[in-house]
Design a protein around this ligand. Structure first.
Ligand SMILES: CC(C)(COP(=O)(O)OP(=O)(O)OC[C@H]1O[C@@H](n2cnc3c(N)ncnc32)[C@H](O)[C@@H]1OP(=O)(O)O)[C@@H](O)C(=O)NCCC(=O)NCCS
Length: 324
């Protein structure tokens, strides 16, 4: 199977660190030195998760030369669905695109969501080689962060990325995959407001994302290092043999620390966090699309996708682009 096409969308409004420093006790120097982020894209009123997902998906379908009718499944990985629980954002995308022969559902594995969703899509195509799957990662994190909390709001941005997966004559799975979770860390990144909370009459809570940065940082470095090593060991290669690593863009310092632990130079890692911030489930598909369109990612490149997120979840996928 292969990834037949990629697409992405970042909303046009750009918010810089200096913009944030006008209303928050922070600075460009602090944010850049602690995260590698300089600016992020923020959705305006006419954009939300389903709208951005649809824009990215249209690009991916065009690049793949696949019609909406050929899609058998739409999976949207997101932590910021249009509605708090249902309907699934994927159903809104399915309708907007006219994927009238497709099932549609959302997948929630936070920032590792795209890797989980790609794995589901890959397995589904292996079972139904005559059908194609649209896998999207899309987030409007700006609507769930507390813009008065300097420890969290500086990290996140909005956007969407999408890929189309199809059998292309050969439905044999090629990629090596590792998915995992450690629910004991669930309190490190969370957003309340679900069925755990007994609603008080007349109260409409607007819960924000809450984050304990340090333990997440440490988990991310340890886990991404282990996943990449583990996947490489499985195919008897050293991580240095990879052409590129697409690590979840949560914090540039996390990726630098992973590179140091692995003894790899930073140019092994595709980086765009400086201008995107952390776009959660959108981070890896946006990076893939940018790398494809800039010519940095070429057929036959051996790459590793690796991510982690709230849950805590983690996952990695090693592939020879674009074969999965
Ligand atoms: C959030 C994160 C950038 C914070 O960096 P850190 O080096 O751990 O910083 P700390 O939280 O220890 O805070 C250090 C100091 O900086 C301050 N600080 C926090 N945010 C600040 C900001 N935006 N501007 C200025 N100062 C800030 C803190 O108040 C603290 O001050 P104190 O020492 O006087 O108490 C970092 O922990 C991180 O990126 N963690 C991973 C988060 C993540 O990836 N989440 C998403 C997962 S998908």
């Amino acid at each position: 199977m292969k990834i037949l096409g990629t697409g992405s969308y970042l909303p046009p409004k750009v918010v810089t660190n200096d913009d944030l420093a006008r209303s928050l006790d922070t600075s460009d120097e602090w944010i850049y030195s602690h995260t590698g982020i300089h600016s992020r894209h923020i959705a305006e009123a006419d954009d939300c998760t389903s709208v951005m997902a649809t824009k990215a998906a249209k690009e991916a379908l065009a690049a793949a030369d696949v019609s909406p009718e050929e899609i058998g499944l739409v999976i949207v990985a997101t932590s910021t669905p249009d509605y708090s629980t249902f309907p699934a954002t994927a159903c809104l995308v399915q309708d907007a695109l006219g994927c009238r022969n497709a099932g549609a559902y959302d997948l929630q594995a936070a920032c590792a969501g795209f890797i989980y969703a790609l794995e589901q899509g890959r397995c589904w195509v292996a079972a139904h080689p005559d059908r194609k799957v649209l896998v999207v990662g899309a987030e409007t994190l700006s609507r769930i962060v507390d813009w008065t909390d300097r420890a969290t709001c500086i990290l996140f941005g909005d956007g969407a990325g999408a890929v189309v997966v199809g059998a292309d004559g050969d439905a044999t799975p090629r990629a090596s995959v590792k998915l995992g979770a450690d629910g004991s860390g669930c309190e490190f990144i969370s957003r309340a407001g679900g069925a755990r909370v007994i609603p008080a009459p007349g109260q409409v809570p607007v819960p924000f994302l809450v984050l304990q940065g340090r333990p997440v940082f440490n988990f991310a470095v340890r886990t991404m290092d282990a996943i990449v090593r583990n996947l490489c060991a499985g195919v008897n290669i050293e991580p240095a043999a990879l052409d590129r690593i697409f690590a979840h863009q949560a914090n540039g310092r996390i990726i630098e620390a992973v590179g140091r632990r692995m003894g790899l130079p930073m140019d092994k890692f595709f980086m765009n966090i400086e201008t995107t911030g952390n776009t959660s489930a959108a981070s890896i598909p946006v990076a893939l699309d940018q790398a494809v369109r800039s010519g940095e990612l070429r057929e036959g490149d051996r790459i590793c996708l690796v991510g982690f997120g709230a849950g805590l979840t983690y996952g990695g996928l090693l592939m020879d682009w674009p074969r999965v």
